[in-house]
Design a protein around this ligand. Sequence first.
Ligand SMILES: *Cc1c(COP(=O)(O)O)cnc(C)c1O
Length: 365
Amino acid sequence: MRVPFVTFKPLEKELDTELRSAFERVYENSWYIEGEEGKKFEEEFAAYCGVKHCIGCGNGLDALFLILKACGIGEGDEVIIPSNTFIATALAVSRTGARPVMVEPHLLTYNLNADKIEEKITECTKAVIAVHLYGQPADMDAVQEVARRHRLRVFEDAAQAHGALYKGKRVGGLADAAGFSFYPGKNLGALGDAGCVTTDDDEMAEKIRALSNYGSDYKYHHIYQGYNTRLDELQAAFLRAKLPILDKVNEDRRNTARRYLEGIRNPRLTLPHVDWDLYTPVWHIFAVRTSKRDELAKYLEEKDIHTNIHYPIAMHNQQAYQELGIARGSLPVCEEISDTQLSLPMYYGMKDEVDYVIQALNDWQ
Ligand SMILES: *Cc1c(COP(=O)(O)O)cnc(C)c1O
């Protein structure tokens, strides 16, 4: 049996009619940027997240960047981020001219360890970006508590966690603003690049909307030296077709995760930890750890089970971030994760594949 790491086929088959008619609708209208589909998707996604505003943009990196710019963060400022995240979280910070400051995650949840934030705060610290990594919300109460004491802004990087709940509340509405990505592989994915910001803050929403559209509040009237990063009509229409089944998609991923968690019995593997009473994760990634990671990946590949590593090189060890001068070995938890982490197949519509993966893992000596 072949088990891909990810495939969109089951979802696209189920929504075939809806996706094709989304295309038809936009094409018939001949209106491709800044139109009704974008407006409606923004309303629908804001309602879904339980926030006042959703502002579409070109991708998740831009969403985070726009949030930071709208808050005036730039040169000379520092922004705290987790060390274990996709590089976009750091890039959003450094693109403003500010410095990303990395805080270690918990080894069991892979998410930001809020107890480690305080020691990284300086006079230059302006904000914390909490990442809901692999689809599990960060401990936002703990993050908010530190942030309140030091008067820091808190933002969410929700690119991997559409629909996840923290203490019953949806991500996207847990901080001053949140950035989402609709990259095709995310839990809610477009058929191309797309992203958005969610926030309850009227002023920030207005500024982000203007910044994303050439700094313009109405056509040919420019109040900022802005950017061009917008959610186009086609992607918005595709997202509108997919949003109604997002909860179903996430529930299906949760079932797969439960089967993995209950079925995998191999002392050489460490499974991800979830406190199900407080967290409802959406399993963007199902991450296991083992000291023989590369060996395991090769073994699974031979059984036609395809895996991935998130992420093989810790951010501070990436060539792009040598300028930060963070020595190898100084973020040991993050390095431990990049040396031992393996992401198992996880996508909507997995059936017997789950048992096949579990059996292979349990047979691994
Ligand atoms: C995917 C992702 C992003 C960036 O999203 P893009 O749409 O690819 O720009 C940001 N942060 C995290 C954690 C991500 O996984």
